[in-house]
Design a protein around this ligand. Structure first.
Ligand code: FES
Length: 594
């Protein structure tokens, strides 16, 4: 029976339903199961919300419907599940009129955006992958902007865990890429982000809110205090100090300066992650709005105060005391920045980057000082340093141990974070340049220590006699070959050459970035891969399709290729959710092997 309208329509006779116990009728979109349960009649979507298998094969007892396939149980009256991983099954109203059963075959929700928001919250709270995937899909299909979905997930993560974590970093990195993503990639990106935030939060104690001080000290005092509390690892005091700066309506630039000063009192803390998380918290607020600063920004304080600085490690102290070298150089910086203020705009970013790849730390600091003297700002230095760090990855020798990729990655994402923070602080108060620039010095030393990763260096594709002519010329064919390379292990050099070929031929870069993003999103990627892609795309934006921009995307491709393929379980869950939301018959596809 076809039921094409949303009003009540006759479904069957009461006598027939009593005799058969259950009947399946065709709704406008989904089949509807009508059930006689001894005393009552119920109607619900016949497709199990878990994987879409038909519920009419299930068993009914004591008002509970148990799905035949994976035994999820549902309250017949409401459709609510007793097994959260399965999700609730939509129901529809039923009436008996003159011994006829009438059904209103509308399974939708009056406010689908709100309904899916509630389900996303449930999925996040209980770490239910399929529920989150369906909810993200449902929100987007209901017209909820992707950035709003990301914001909801971010705020969930900020309050349901005691501190910033990997999940919020991944979510923010992917949310930064939303403007270049298509519909399918947007869905996948938000699902990845939500999933990782949920993993971080499950079983964790929620964050306890703290209050700002009721006084309003000036910013210089707040900055002094935050550095003091960070040095002695006094988390409560540091959080209240940050909250006080927020309550005083400090600008994002002032807050960035405040946190960067305290953070860089230690060098390259927690292998750069601490500063990277601070930068990501700022980016998160730029995405979801600074009115959430009080909820988001203090989440980075716990790691900041607890982090171990590189100056505590032997490698930074022997054979040369790099920590002392940074401290000594930082003393000279205020005067150099003051002198550089009178110079013309400095633009030797690429040349400085190559000097930063040298093997003499004293010469490296002298090169940085010369650039400052010539007018380079901290943000200029950050741009050069980030490019140099990307070159470390682009030239990562295949003879290294696989784990060494992470050493190269840490330096690159740290330098990108320093660059973004120095850009955020800007040049409104040059007196603060010296403190901010300590992050540059620390990044330069981390880059120096990672120099062995380029011994011998991998060749940049297209250099020398590598003509790339053996590769396709067509853009679509190149991107297909790139995805094919990511399907196989140990295709680092091929992936790099395909990216170089794409760029050298002048094909549009946007589809290439979309392909790299898709290559990441289809994998069960590790935390660092998300950071690598996002930092690479951001740094590529600094240079565009010049040689330097190409080197940065080559670095991204090489890193991703070194970590692909994976099992792609997340992609499968996302695909199941998408097909369920589309009304696809998964059980038919499974049975026929489609
Ligand atoms: S429990 Fe119903 S399809 Fe899995």
């Amino acid at each position: 029976m076809e039921i094409p309208i949303s009003n009540f329509v006759p479904a069957c006779s009461l006598e027939e339903l009593r005799a058969k116990g259950r009947l399946v009728i065709r709704g406008a979109h989904n089949p509807i199961l009508v059930v006689w349960d001894g005393q009552c009649i119920f109607a619900l979507d016949n497709r199990c919300p878990h994987m879409g298998f038909p519920l009419d094969r299930g068993s009914i007892e004591d008002g509970i419907l148990t799905c035949h396939w994976h035994h999820a149980r549902f309250d017949l009256a409401s459709g609510c599940t007793f097994d959260l991983w399965a999700d609730d099954v939509p129901t529809c109203p039923v009436e008996v009129r003159d011994s006829e059963v009438w059904v209103k075959p509308t399974l939708g929700h009056a406010d689908p955006g709100r309904q899916w928001r509630r389900r996303l919250h449930d999925g996040l709270a209980h770490n239910l992958g399929l529920v989150m995937a369906k909810a993200v899909y449902g929100e987007l299909a209901s017209g909820v902007p992707a950035a709003e979905v990301a914001g909801h997930v971010a705020l969930f993560g900020a309050v349901n865990r005691d501190g910033w974590g990997l999940g919020l970093t991944i979510l923010t990195a992917l949310a930064n890429l939303l403007p270049v993503l298509g519909e399918e990639e947007t869905y996948l990106a938000l699902f990845h982000g939500a999933r990782r935030v949920a993993v971080d939060c499950v079983g964790q104690a929620p964050r306890q809110e703290r209050a700002p001080l009721s006084s309003r000290p000036d910013l210089a005092t707040i900055k002094r205090w935050l550095r003091r509390w960070t040095a002695v690892r006094h988390r409560e005091a540091a959080e209240r100090t940050v909250l006080t700066a927020i309550a005083a309506k400090s600008s994002p630039a002032e807050l960035a300066d405040l946190l960067l000063a305290a953070e860089t009192d230690r060098a390259f803390a927690d292998t750069g992650h601490s500063l990277d998380f601070i930068n990501k918290a700022f980016e998160c607020l730029e995405l979801i709005g600074w009115e959430h600063a009080r909820a988001v920004l203090p989440t980075v304080v716990a790691q900041m105060v607890a982090a171990r600085g590189a100056e505590e490690s032997t490698t930074w102290r022997q054979p040369m005391d790099l920590a002392a070298l940074c401290q000594q150089t930082a003393i000279d910086l205020p005067g150099l920045f003051a002198a550089g203020r009178n110079e013309d705009r400095w633009s030797d970013h690429a040349a400085l980057a190559h000097k930063l790849l040298g093997d003499d730390p004293i010469a490296i600091t002298e090169d940085l000082k010369s650039a400052v003297r010539a007018g380079a700002s901290p943000a200029d230095l950050g741009r050069s340093l980030s490019y140099a760090a990307a070159l470390r990855v682009a030239r990562f020798g295949n003879a290294n141990e696989h784990a060494d990729w992470e050493t190269a990655h840490h330096v690159f994402t740290y330098t990108n974070a320093v660059h973004q923070m120095t850009k955020r602080i800007g040049s409104t108060d040059p007196d603060h340049h010296a403190e901010a620039a300590r992050g540059i010095l620390h990044g330069a030393m981390a880059l120096f220590l990672a120099r062995y990763l380029n011994v011998p260096p991998a060749r940049i594709p297209g250099d020398g006699d590598d003509s790339l002519e053996d590769l396709p010329a067509d853009a679509d064919a190149l991107r297909a070959a790139l995805l094919d390379a990511f399907d196989r292990q140990r295709q680092v050099d091929l992936a790099a050459r395909l990216v170089a070929r794409h760029l050298t031929l002048g094909h549009p870069t946007h589809p290439l970035i979309a392909t790299l993003t898709w290559a990441l999103l289809r994998e069960d990627a590790g935390f660092h891969a998300y950071q690598m892609l996002e930092a690479g795309v951001r740094q590529f934006g600094e240079w565009g399709n010049a040689a330097q921009g190409g080197h940065i995307l080559i670095a991204v491709a090489r890193y991703l290729a070194a970590h692909s393929p994976t099992e792609r379980a997340v992609l499968q869950t996302a695909d199941i959710a998408r097909r369920l939301m589309h009304g696809g018959d998964l059980h038919v596809e499974v049975a026929t092997g489609v």
